[in-house]
Unconditional design. Sequence first.
Length: 250
Amino acid sequence: MLMRKSTFSFLTVIILVSFSLLQSCKDDSYLLVKPAVPDQSFSEEFDTASAALARGWHFINKSDPIGSDVWQQGGGLPPWFQPYSNNGSYVGFVGADYTSTSAAAGIISNWLVSPPVTLQNGDRIIFYTRGLLYYSGAGTDSTDYGNRLQVSINQYNDYLTVGDGEDPGDFKNVLVDINSNYEFFHTDPNQYSPTAYPSNWTRFEATVSGLNEPVKGRFAFRYFVEGAGFNGLASGVAIDKVSYISVNHH
């Protein structure tokens, strides 16, 4: 009887092991495939700044030293110029200017941060922007004194962690850097630079890249000018009709 029990026990173990091996050979790779990211596409016209804030946008001035200006409707009152597009009765764009810093020549770092979005490589950020012109004091020429705008992403989290002054905080992945050389735009054709910040509404596109996988984060526009202020660089920039287009958008 002891022999029978031992044999029975041994056979039971064999059967259980075989069943486990068969189960392990089944194709369960589908369990490792992450579900597709839902379409994250959206558009922001900035018809009113208050509506944009209600939809999850954030205006954060981290200039050094900080000034009085924040991103605002139409670039302040009265509006600087007409919007690129407008679906309502208000001046549908947002703008920020050189009073972002209180210095004669400090650092402008004024942020326009998006609502949370699931970022994927290949997602596109399409927007329109232009600079503000002032009379240069020479003949009939006007200039922008060298504006600059960056588009970057926070690929680590969906927090609003932007640094002070030159520090980008968690928005280290810069996708687009418009006029990083601080060239002046001039209306005088003898001083005109085709690579300066545009003085008319111009379309730009940034493509999300550098991610290992889709992540919940944010993108941001950063009005970023070094040596800026009332006696330095920069005039003001405006942004309108921002579209986030997911790579899986149909």
